[in-house]
Ligand binder design. Sequence first.
Ligand SMILES: NC(=O)c1ccc[n+]([C@@H]2O[C@H](COP(=O)([O-])OP(=O)(O)OC[C@H]3O[C@@H](n4cnc5c(N)ncnc54)[C@H](OP(=O)(O)O)[C@@H]3O)[C@@H](O)[C@H]2O)c1
Length: 243
Amino acid sequence: MIVLVLGGNSEIGIAAAEQFALNEKAEIILASRNVQNAKERAREIVEKYGVVARAIAFDALAYESHQKFYDQLTSRPDVVIQAFGVLENQKECQEDFKKAKSVLEGNLMGAVSILEIVAADFEQIGKGTIIGLSSVAGERGRKSSYIYAASKAGLTVYLDGLRHRLHPTGVHVITVLPGFVPTKMVAGRTSKFGVTPLPVAGRDIYNAWKKGKYKIFTGRKMRWVMAFIRNIPESLMLKMRNL
Ligand SMILES: NC(=O)c1ccc[n+]([C@@H]2O[C@H](COP(=O)([O-])OP(=O)(O)OC[C@H]3O[C@@H](n4cnc5c(N)ncnc54)[C@H](OP(=O)(O)O)[C@@H]3O)[C@@H](O)[C@H]2O)c1
């Protein structure tokens, strides 16, 4: 089995890949714009799990390079984990459209560009799994994070539609909605809704693949927290200034 991680320096992506290395003895390909760092992470995976692991160059925003990137893979992956993502300060995004654009592009446009290429290939052979890392943030817009949330809401709906399209062909699409997982992306931030440890997030993603799930939250509590937040009446939501 071959697992390709797009955004190969993602800590959640690597935690999930490690579960495939541990349980399936999968070969791991870390596709990253920072190949040097990804090479180091691949070397750690080789040492820890005794599997083949390597790093290759990939930039989610270099749309015109995506077809060539995928065609040049020496073997076709069985599982593709779309793990890259961009989080910026909400207030700075409000004041600087360039920042807002980088969030929208890094979370949504890049995913659409590369995953359409993967989808077309998997559809042709009638197998494969695409795992997209979206976010609970996309479940409801809040003043503290609505630009990032909008990009993730777009990604979640995109993955819903991709799954609907590919389901009859035998290709599986899994949407992952992580809550707060302590990685470099959220360094210096805190969560009001609890923390999912990184190894738990990795295991949840692997188990979702193993059990053929369609959409999962990472961590046990998040499903219920988000059901509550989604159902807060708008009139009440507008009064909750700290959410
Ligand atoms: N951690 C959380 O609490 C949390 C919660 C909800 C959702 N998520 C989502 O989960 C995913 C993984 O996040 P994480 O927590 O593992 O954070 P992370 O360790 O910071 O990983 C994100 C990775 O995305 C990569 N990336 C960004 N732009 C890229 C581009 N143009 N091309 C290639 N790679 C690019 C970054 O690469 P570089 O290393 O080169 O910068 C970084 O390694 C993200 O989509 C994130 O939005 C995370």
